[in-house]
Design a protein around this ligand. Structure first.
Ligand SMILES: *Cc1c(COP(=O)(O)O)cnc(C)c1O
Length: 319
């Protein structure tokens, strides 16, 4: 079949196409270019450098039982990232807080996964000079999602340690939350090939770094440890450190070798998408006694309790 010019111009969707499009998106509300949209209608230009070059920063915060958890820390990180990347938005911090709250309220979700994104955008003249690009803000609220499903949270995850090296901090500052995920995705495929459910990848010194969207902790003889180098300092990781202080559990931040990971009594991962999630198998070996450990359970319980505490959370006002 030859493609004539008119074939290449997309006709308006039929009603069936419209419904099909809607079904292939999660239910939720997005904000972009100054307007709110259902998820299926929130679309950006393919010329946006966020898409073409991963030239973007973002943050993810969750809403649990109608309350944002540690929203200020997420906004701090988002604004620090934009500043480091020399991006500017026409919205103040208060306005961004208002927009993401509106996305959640309009979505109606009481438990939501919320992203705020700043992309480089594109230059109106298609110049290659990033200073000429008009930065773009996008936000959305969809149903809460977790790295681990219910069954995995109960029995613990099976993780594989991949030989893939996380992008070095001298290339990309890992404290700026970013979409440079090819290393993490390669790690995931390695893990699936080996029958595991998710992956950890290593830093440039072959120590444990992090996984696709999560940090990791070990517990050995009652002491907790989490990698410092080449990782995104997660807000959930920070929350675990804060909870350890409250529970008087010793915690330190520093290198974790492959051997230390495998010799740990307990291992868990942390992410806004799922909270504190136990790991009970690494490569082909059980972690500790292969059951979710007592320290992990204690932290998980306190973590979820804190979601109702007004000093750690912010109420969303639904219409
Ligand atoms: C978001 C993210 C994490 C986890 O950070 P949280 O703030 O706890 O959600 C860890 N590593 C990477 C690469 C991430 O993008």
């Amino acid at each position: 079949m030859t493609l004539v010019a008119t074939d290449s111009v997309r006709a308006l969707p039929t009603v069936e196409q419209h419904h099909r499009d809607r079904r292939s998106y999660p239910s939720g509300v997005a904000f972009l270019d100054g307007q709110y949209f259902p998820m299926s209608e929130a679309k950006i230009s393919v010329l946006d450098w966020g898409f073409l070059h991963s030239d973007a920063t973002y943050d993810t915060v969750h809403v649990w039982d109608g309350r944002f958890f540690r929203l200020n820390l997420h906004l701090d990180r988002f604004f620090r990232g934009m500043q480091s990347l020399r991006m500017k938005l026409p919205y103040s911090r208060g306005e961004i807080e208002g927009i993401i709250s509106n996305c959640v309220a309009l979505s109606g979700h009481k438990c939501a996964y919320v992203e705020m994104i700043c992309t480089r955008g594109a230059s109106p003249t298609f110049s290659r000079d990033p200073r000429e690009a008009e930065n773009r803000f996008i936000a959305f609220a969809v149903p809460f999602g977790s790295v681990a499903n219910k069954e995995q949270l109960e029995r613990g995850l099976h993780i594989a340690v991949s030989d893939t090296v996380r992008i070095p901090p001298k290339s990309i500052d890992p404290s700026i939350k970013n979409y440079h995920w090819l290393d993490l995705v390669k790690g995931l495929f390695d893990a699936y090939d080996r029958g595991a459910e998710t992956a950890l990848i290593v830093d440039t010194n072959d120590n444990i770094a992090e996984g696709p969207g999560f940090n990791v902790f070990t517990v050995k003889d009652g002491r907790l440890r989490t990698p410092a180098y080449g990782v995104l300092p997660g807000i959930t990781r920070q929350t675990v450190i804060d909870l350890c202080d409250e529970l008087a559990l010793p915690v330190s931040v520093g290198d974790v070798t492959r051997r230390e990971l495998k010799a740990a009594d307990e291992v868990f991962i942390t992410s806004t998408a799922g909270g504190i999630m136990p790991v009970t198998k690494i490569d082909d070996a059980a972690v500790g006694d292969s059951k979710v450990g007592a320290v992990t359970r204690q932290l998980m319980d306190l973590y979820w309790k804190k979601h109702a505490d007004p000093t750690w959370s912010t109420l969303v006002t639904y219409a």
